[in-house]
Design a protein around this ligand. Structure first.
Ligand code: FES
Length: 154
């Protein structure tokens, strides 16, 4: 039986990883240098939530770390960002201006269409977007599981 937070490599991730390999980026370096930011993990929801055991997601271990997850059976991707001090944000990547997909660029999320810029908590730093990115409720359990409430988007 598969555990709730087990990740599967989907076709897109396979292509992305292959691209990193073709570019000559060793797996470990790719992870540290940013190719990992291209990776999307597919996670099976349980009772309307994603449960990410942080021990299995080293991308989120340090402040500034990030991960893309796709709930199994959904086309929507969620950006999960470590904010430091055991705080996390789970954001929709859909720009609130006109709906392009924002990109994680270090401390910011930047929209490639018209330049809206958000901080890692999803707040607008620069328009034309006027509203924050949609944010899912998160909770870190005492045993190190990040719970993302798929029904609790604000
Ligand atoms: Fe993102 Fe316009 S769609 S800034």
């Amino acid at each position: 039986m598969r555990q709730a937070d087990e990740s599967l490599i989907d076709r897109r991730e396979f292509v992305e990883r292959s691209l990193c390999v073709m570019l000559g980026v060793p797996t470990t370096l790719a992870f540290l240098a940013g190719c990992a930011s291209l990776v999307t993990r597919t996670v099976a929801p349980v009772d309307g939530a994603l449960r990410l055991a942080l021990a299995h997601y080293p991308e989120l271990a340090a402040s500034g770390g990030s991960l893309r997850v796709r709930p199994e059976g959904s086309v929507d991707v969620i950006y999960v960002l470590s904010l430091g001090a055991d705080r996390f944000a789970a954001l929709s990547p859909i720009c609130t201006h006109l709906g392009c997909t924002v990109e994680i660029q270090g401390a910011h999320l930047v929209c490639p269409c018209h330049g809206s810029t958000y901080d890692r908590a999803g707040r607008v730093l620069q328009g034309p977007a006027e509203r924050a990115l949609a944010r899912y409720g998160t909770e870190l359990t005492p045993d190190g599981v990040l719970v993302i409430d798929l029904g609790g988007r604000t």
